[in-house]
Every structure is written in C-alpha cells, then in structure tokens.
Write a protein that binds this ligand. Structure first.
Ligand SMILES: Cc1ncc(COP(=O)(O)O)c(C=O)c1O
Length: 415
C-alpha cells in the first residue's frame, strides 16, 4: 500500500493555496483569460521580466490560472518545479529540446506512444540527435550504449499499449553514476500511485489530458523536475543561468523553450485541470479496481486468447510493478483475440463501452491500436514496437462493473 505523507494527497492538492488571496474569496482559482498584464511603472515591468514566479507579464510566458494548476501539480508530486504545457506532446518535445543537441544521443525503448516515437525518430533526429533503442529490461545493454554524448535516458513508466514495466531503480543506479537524467513519461501512473524519487526519476513528462484532467475535459501536459539531476554538470545546461529558486532546466524551459515554442497551457485548460486533479486519487483507485476485475474476468473467458495487465500473475512485470506501484498498476489493460476481424466484431457490438482514442476518461474506452495510433506505421515498425493486429486496448472508466461485464459479454458473443 502506498503510504502517504501528511497532509494526505487529496488534502494537499485540494488546499494547495493561491498565489494571492482572491478579493471575493473565490474557492476555485478564477480564470484569467487575458493575454497581457499592466504595471504601475517601467521599473516594475522590467523587474517582472526577470521571471519572478508571482508576477505575470504575458500569458504565453506565464499566467495566474496556469500557475495555480502548476502549484497543485507541485503539491501532488512533491517535486522541485513544474511547468505546464499545451499538451503531453508539447511537454515531451519541450523536455528533449531543452537537453538534446546535435551530436547527442537519447537512450530509449522502441515501445513508445506513437507520437513520441515519431517525434524522436523523425523530428528530433533530423536535427542530428541520435535515438538509440534498447531493451530497457536489459541493464547491460543500457550500460553498453551510454557514451559521453548521451543526454538522457527515456522510457514510459508503463508502456502504452505493451504494458511493460522497467526496473527504474536499477536503471537509475547506472545513470546516476554518469549524471545522465532519467526522464520518464509517467502519464500512466498518477502521483498518488508511486514515489518518483524512490524510483530514481529525475524528470517526468506527463500528458495531463489523461488521469489529471478529470474526465477528458481538456488537452494538457506538464514537465516535473525533482531537482535530483546535477544540471550544473550537464553538457548543455551547465552554462545556463540559475536564478534563485529555479533549476537550470526550469529556467531553460521557462525562459526559452515554452516561450519560443508558444506551447503554453491555456487558462481555461488550467482551470478545468485544477478542478480535475482534486479528484485524481479517487478516480484512479476506482478505475484501477474495475480494470483489475475486468482483466481477471476476461482472462478466464474461452474466447480471449490472453490478457495483459501488470497485476495479473501471468504478467512478467508483476513483481516490478508491485514494488513500484504497490499492487495498483492503473486502469489500462489489453486483450488479445484470435484476429483483427474478431477485434472489430467485439468492438462494434459494444453498447456501453466507447470506441475512442484516449485513456482514463470517466467513460470506459476501447481501441484497436494497430489500425489507429499505429495505423500509418509499417508492419516491421509495428513488430519492433510490439503492436499486434489482434490486440484491443481498454481504459477502464467509472461505470458500474456489472454493466461493463455485461457489455463485454455482448461483444464476445458477437465473435
Ligand atoms: C503515454 C502517453 N504519452 C504522451 C501522450 C500524448 O499526450 P497528449 O495527447 O496530451 O499530447 C499520450 C497520449 O495518448 C500517451 O498515451
């Protein structure tokens, strides 16, 4: 069981506190939809441009409602700094653009979310960054491919949709010795479900569209810096200034990457997600409970070839998942049927579960990854990424378990 520091997770987030007291005593932080902020004199506006966190000049750079959301994520994660982005992909690309340089290399798994794979292998590699794929469960392989130009190790906390779980604490021992940041996409595991620092994570990139947003209300992302990497000794960031209260990474992200890319979170999104994050733990626990029950049920059904969920005894990742996630690996699981045709028949017969691409909506979702997210990938690439044609991905929602089971039976009867 995940032991919480006091005050507990929900109490911390719900009472994260405002930057300035609201004049009307509003309990939810107001939405500041404006682009620009005025100052009483030239000295004051000049001072505001020195990236002070409690003043705002222009909403592409920072915004009070977005800062309020960042403060809640800070409370949730216990990290040193948090920066919000327009999407999970904006956070992922922002993180790599901050630390990668032509001639550098990134060590990662080929089992990545499709757009992350494409960003690394198409977008970033065209600027001279080498992507070195490894089996992240093979520690020796990781050790062997590192060289003096390795700027990061990156993987997903639970890979989507393969549900692989790497032994992050062991990998971290290899990286720490060489001051290589461990950057983890932790979209599939909310902060109430694991200890990032204990796992050795230096930086998280998260699509807050998923668990955090509170029922798929909006697209967003964050970069979370735990302050555990020595950025001063980092090849690219070592020369960056370090203003008081900010890491070199945070300063680079705030002063250059977010402003130059313009990939800022909107105040409306920040408002929705600030409310959404207040129920994060409740939704995660309920959805995960349903995912486990559905996965167990399906694993005993004769029409289902196999079920993949890290909490099942059949998962090769059960032990590492138990140690990292305290027996609760979240709301996503997959099933394999006999063929792609059977997958389509199953999905088309469903009446409660939705056919949609997203994760951790309040609604239960199914998707055939091979023909959607990975639809434009070649058969060879799909093979390398472990995307099978007979696989259906589930994201358990908040509906009643018995109703979902009935719907699943309807799908299976259609095969
Ligand atoms: C693991 C993972 N990372 C990143 C993303 C991208 O997030 P966004 O859609 O918010 O850009 C997704 C989206 O599905 C994802 O599943």
């Amino acid at each position: 069981m995940y032991q919480q520091n006091k005050p507990h997770f929900l109490t911390r987030i719900i009472n994260a506190g405002f930057e300035h007291n609201d004049v009307y005593g509003a309990l939810n932080y107001p939405v500041y939809r404006n682009a620009s902020f005025e100052f009483p004199n030239s000295e004051a506006i000049a001072a505001a441009f020195q990236y002070r966190r409690d003043v705002h000049t222009y909403s592409r750079i920072s915004n009070p409602t977005v800062a309020n959301f960042e403060r809640k994520v800070l409370k949730a994660s216990g990290a040193e700094s948090v920066i919000a982005f327009a999407s999970g992909m904006a956070a992922i690309s922002g993180a790599f653009l901050s630390i990668a340089y032509a001639g550098s290399n990134i060590i990662t798994s080929p089992r990545l979310f499709g757009n992350t794979f494409s960003f690394l292998t198409s977008t970033l590699s065209s600027f001279g960054v080498e992507i070195r794929f490894v089996d992240v469960n093979d520690l020796r392989q990781i050790d062997n491919v590192i060289d003096e130009n390795t700027c990061a190790f990156f993987t997903e906390i639970i890979t989507n949709p393969q549900l692989e779980v790497a032994n992050l604490p062991e990998i971290s021992k290899i990286l720490r010795n060489r001051n290589i940041p461990m950057i983890i996409d932790s979209t599939l595991m909310p902060w109430c479900g694991f200890y990032a620092k204990k796992a050795g994570i230096d930086v998280e990139v998260v699509s807050t569209t998923k668990y955090v947003s509170g029922g798929a209300t909006s697209i967003g992302g964050v970069i979370v810096d735990y302050g555990t990497c020595d950025w001063k000794a980092n090849k690219k960031l070592g020369a960056s200034p370090k203003p008081k209260g900010m890491s070199r990474l945070t300063f680079k992200l705030r002063s250059e990457i977010t402003v130059n890319l313009g990939a800022c979170m909107s105040p409306d999104t920040a408002y929705l997600q600030s409310v959404g994050i207040e129920t994060l733990q409740l939704r995660y626990e309920q959805m995960s409970d349903t995912a486990y029950k559905l996965a167990l049920y399906l694993s005993e059904h004769p029409k289902v070839s196999s079920v993949n969920y890290p909490n099942l005894e059949t998962s090769p990742y059960k032990a590492v998942s138990d140690s990292l996630f305290y027996g609760n690996p979240g709301a996503m699981f997959t099933i394999s049927l006999k063929s792609k045709q059977d997958c389509y028949k199953f999905m088309d017969a469903l009446q409660i579960i939705r056919r949609a691409t997203n994760l951790f909506d309040n609604k239960t979702l199914v998707l055939h990854p091979a023909s959607t997210i990975y639809g434009t990938f070649s058969p060879e690439m799909k093979k390398m990424m472990g995307i099978e044609d007979n696989l259906i991905r589930f994201s358990a929602g908040l509906e009643n378990f018995e109703d979902l089971r009935e719907d699943i039976n309807r799908g299976l009867e259609a095969i």
